[in-house]
Design a protein around this ligand. Structure first.
Ligand code: SDX
Length: 436
């Protein structure tokens, strides 16, 4: 970051001395007012719950322009990456800053492939869960449990440890998600197959059984790989910020990523893809397209607590570029599966059209986000609804670990420790029990 030729002056109406605060600028996007010395110089905190106006860090990984609906991974537009690259090339880009050449791609793919198995002991963690446990409950446990197996590489201040932990996490998430699924359907786990692609291997571990050969459908394989690319990273979203804050204590990367999994589960965040599909299913049950008007009315009624899941975004005040690409992938997969007339997809398209013409949504700049169509395409691939967010976590792991490693790799990083505006009881004496 570089010092802008602008500066901020904070003055006070009560006559307290004003202070100058430096303004820094990045390569693109809003400048920042550096308030690090504010408390020391004024005894004041800033107040920004939800971080509506706060840059918590500097980063060179992902840039979002919410007004333009632009998403860049290390400068490359998501549309180009989703069309011209595969997920592991994108992982290399996010982790190392550049797309791999052919040799680097071969070596990176081989490295990841050779780490896809998990310790045989991992399956005993699953046995503690009920068969109907939510996959995100299982994943939160399994990812945290990984830290029990890699005492050789949990020193996050060691760059080699950071590198191998990143590879292990990227490589093992598909295996763990597939195990979580197989456990809930009572089928045997399928081991990774090193002759399959990253997405093909996931499909195999999910849907193959020991009873017969499973042939990976190339259309589904490509669609899933694109879904992984679209979900790989997204700047300082809630779960990435959780991973950064958790990792800032010096904990091991597996524990920090487990914290990210837990945060992503929420319906306001990664859980929205499951919630969006359930929402479409409910509208369908109540009568489908004819019932959209009634549903929209509920959404507009603040007291209903009903939201249009898969719509709206803290940063995008335009169409989420990932939603457009996801819609295209939807069409490809539905065509391949002979589901062109899938009622939920038609319902989603109708709902989107109506919402984008309704002033309630237009005035609030509410557009479809990545979660609006991702559930429909995952369902068409055969992935069960409760597993959608686990697939999101699988894909986002590379973003989490890239952001964590960027933070830890910065010699200036400190443990994150926000303050508060205290509105509780001030100092008071404990009354004896008889007087309470
Ligand atoms: C992801 O941060 C990221 O980058 C996340 C993510 C990533 O890749 O990591 O992009 C992934 O989490 C996508 C978002 C998925 N969540 C949903 O689809 C859930 C539904 N969306 C909302 O919960 C909401 O839009 C949020 C949480 C996504 C954003 O909320 P904000 O930025 O805090 O906005 P807000 O709640 O202040 O809403 C502003 C207005 C409010 O109305 P008013 O009080 O101004 O009258 O818009 C309304 C809200 O009530 N609103 C919605 C709405 N989203 C916002 N009304 C109906 N349906 C919605 N979905």
């Amino acid at each position: 970051m570089k010092l802008a030729d602008n500066k901020a002056t904070l003055s006070f109406s009560n006559g307290s001395p004003s202070i100058d605060l430096p303004v820094y600028q990045g390569n693109v996007g809003p400048d920042v007012v550096d308030i690090r010395k504010l408390y020391g110089q004024t005894g004041l905190f800033t107040y920004d719950p939800g971080f509506m106006s706060t840059a918590a860090c500097q980063s060179s990984i992902t840039y979002i322009d919410g007004d333009k609906g632009e998403l860049l991974y290390r400068g490359y537009p998501i549309e180009q990456l989703a069309t011209n690259c595969d997920y592991l090339e994108t992982c290399h880009l996010l982790l190392h800053g550049e797309l791999p050449n052919a040799t680097q791609k071969r070596d990176f793919t081989k490295l990841v492939t050779n780490h896809t198995m998990v310790n045989e002991q991992m399956q005993f963690f699953l046995r503690g869960f009920r068969r109907d446990a939510h996959p995100m409950a299982i994943m939160t446990g399994l990812v945290g449990a990984l830290s029990a197996f890699y005492h050789d590489s949990t020193d996050i201040n060691n760059p080699q440890h950071r590198e191998i932990s990143a590879i292990r996490l990227i490589a093992k998430m598909p295996t763990l998600v597939a195990m979580a699924y197989k456990y809930t359907v009572g089928q045997p786990y399928m081991y990774p197959k090193n002759d399959l692609s990253y997405a093909g291997n996931f499909l195999h571990m999910m849907f193959a059984t020991p009873c017969e050969e499973y042939i990976v459908n190339p259309v589904l394989e490509r669609a899933l790989d694109r879904i992984f690319i679209l979900h790989a990273d997204h700047e300082q979203n809630a779960s990435t910020s959780t991973v950064r804050l958790c990792g800032s204590s010096g904990t091991n990367p597996f524990a920090a990523i487990a914290a990210g999994v837990a945060c992503l589960w929420g319906p306001a965040h990664g859980g929205a893809n499951e919630a969006a599909l359930n929402m479409l299913g409910d509208i369908q049950k109540q009568g489908g397209v004819e019932k959209i008007g009634e549903f929209i009315k509920q959404v507009k009624d603040k007291n209903s607590g009903v939201k249009l899941m898969g719509f709206g975004h803290r940063v995008y005040k335009n169409y989420d570029p990932r939603a457009k690409l996801m819609q295209e992938t939807c069409k490809e997969v539905l065509h391949e599966m002979g589901l062109e007339n899938d009622p939920l997809f038609k319902l989603a398209m109708a709902l989107e059209k109506i919402a984008l013409e309704d002033d309630y949504f237009v005035s609030r700049k509410l557009y479809p986000n990545v979660d609006f169509y991702s559930g429909i395409v995952q369902r068409a691939i055969g992935i069960p609804v409760p597993l959608f967010t686990a697939v999101f976590a699988l894909a986002r792991t590379v973003g989490w670990i890239a952001q964590l490693n960027e933070m830890i790799g910065d010699p200036e990083y400190k443990i994150g420790r926000p303050r508060q505006l205290f509105t509780g009881s001030t100092n008071r004496q404990v009354p004896p029990l008889a007087q309470r």
